[in-house]
Design a binder for this molecule. Sequence first.
Ligand code: MOS
Length: 729
Amino acid sequence: MDQGPAITGKSIPRIDGPVKVRGQAKYAAEYDVADLLHAAIVSASIAKGRVISIDAAAAKNFPGVVAVLTHKNRPWFWPFSFLYKDLAGPPGKPFRPLYDDRVLFSGQPVALIVADNYEAARDAAALVSVSYEREQHATDLAVEVSKAYKPPRHRLGLAPTPHPTGDADRAFLASPVKVEASYTTAAENHHPMELFATTVEWSDKIVTVYDKTQSPKSVEIFLKVALRLFRRKVRVVSSFVGGAFGLGLRPQQSVILAVLAAKALKRSVRLVLPRDHMFALGYRANAIQTVSLGADENGRLLAIKHQAVAATSQSEDAQDPMLNFSASLYRCDNVKLTYQLAKLDTVSPCDMRAPGAATGMFALECAMDELAYAINIDPLALRLANYTERDQSENRPFSSKALRECYLQGAERFGWAKRSHAPRSMRKGKELIGWGMATGVWEAAMSPAPARVKVSLLADGRFEVTTSITDIGTGTYTILTQIAADALGAPRERVVVKLGDSALPFNPIQGGSWTAATSGSAVQAACDKLKKKILLRAKQTGIVGNGQATELLSPAALADLLKLSGSDNLSATATIINVKFGKKYASATHSAVFAEVRIDEELAVVRVTRLVCTVAAGRILNPATARSQIIGASVMGIGKALYEDAATDHNLGRCMAHNFADYHIPSNADVYDIEVLFVEETDDKVSPIGVKGLGEIGSVAVAPAIANAIFHATGQRMRDLPITIDRLT
Ligand code: MOS
């Protein structure tokens, strides 16, 4: 058959686009299940203490209510928290909903109403009266920072904060030029469009769980162990996910509570967590950082000191790579990084797009801008003066690094050369104009867990590619289709990709920007195997002449082959295991972001009128979906810089926002021109298919580029995010 031109690397439209826009793609709360019950949570109104009593009489009598579940009557749990671990959990004791009378954070679910319709469950929840023994809570990071501690090492997938190199304290003191400043970043909540929701279809033998998650396989394992479902077959389905920026890495309260209710009642149950409950799920940790940069008069870095204290909960040491990139991005012999946590009476923070990096790089890249102004050199020239071809913290070369090209091509595209250096030197009418830039970096990693893919020849001549990983809107269906089509020499219409189902081959977590590299490599390997198998079989059965064909067979010939071979034999599986380079190479994705802001001088309203994002991420599988990743991440970066603030009322120990009226994210009118350029980067070491991943990198450099642009426009150095009108005077 005609192999046709390769489609990997081309902008083909999303495979899942049509079913999504037609409303045919089913999300977790949309599955029709017979005799379904609906649940609603009652959440704690205090931040710390004990539940003394729960008066649920009125709720129980409410028409339609079937049961009220609390810590007193829930199904039996293991008393051991170590059995409650999930693949992505940090050290410590995970939160167990309805476990006991302890209240660990405001908004914690303390009761679950189950009714035969959603409205009854919701209305009855409002009738539950809970009395508490209140204890003094601590929710203010600025206060708790005095009790900061060094966290124990995270178990899985997270590189520890790099060791110090040289003597940064001494080198800083001896530096001719010094900048030192503190930066604060607000807590941020995840707000994917799809709410966290679970539909449990209960039966004696098999429990099917339709769940909003980034990791069906991880949820399956968790439910079997933690909720003692190991005697039943558990299948977790998450075919479509309406966005998830890290909150879906761990089993959420929704799946735990829905399964508990289903288990208690032996009935099918649905639980949708409402939007206001998003503020009681994991959040991007707020942090207080100090960066000290020492340099010579030409801007060559002599010392980097970067300290951070980030929020965590009382029970878990949630952590992310906040400082890691400060050790490797620039050439500097003396680096000292101090990463600490401070415990708060909140839900555990969790990963959120470019976890750690988006926070740590904000401080480092703003400090670099401050240094550029201290020396009076161009901020881009300062970055180039400190460019490094090696990761000095580990003394390794990069598997590839086209950051220089990102800087140069981005500057060219943006028109950076036309910038006048002095603050407040550019304006148009009543608006001050500011141009700022920042560097982005994120690790280019393979999944820490193995990824398994099966490819089968179907009776109709199509190929089915299956693996349990989800597509969280990143374009996974599409890129895996492209890779399979090319590897098999088949048109894309003959490739069917099935994802998001724990019954499919083991491939646990979509995240870390590793899915394309890991799952893509597994698809490539499985397809290569199957192709060899088919050609060999074709030769053996005489269906093709010499078996030397570089093209695969026609659908008719494949059908004949299938008849002769039996379907079981015409499939292949491949497992990709994390490729570690040992000590040989460091690998990272890079970006350079150039931002233009226009600020109304009287009203201090900031508009981000232009962003140019240049990205070096190895091989780009699909420029359209890749661009979409960077644009989405950039919009989040605008939110981080200007709007998003999960501020706590420390009196109540509760997040002040309950909806999008209080919690601001960029709206369409806040987003102007975002241009994305991918810089060519060939890398045969980073992953078998040369891909680095794109999920996180787009979120790293946008906020500091905007903050630096605001300084350029106004002369005001904004070190606290978000940069709201009240802070900008
Ligand atoms: Mo990402 S923060 O691993 O979803």
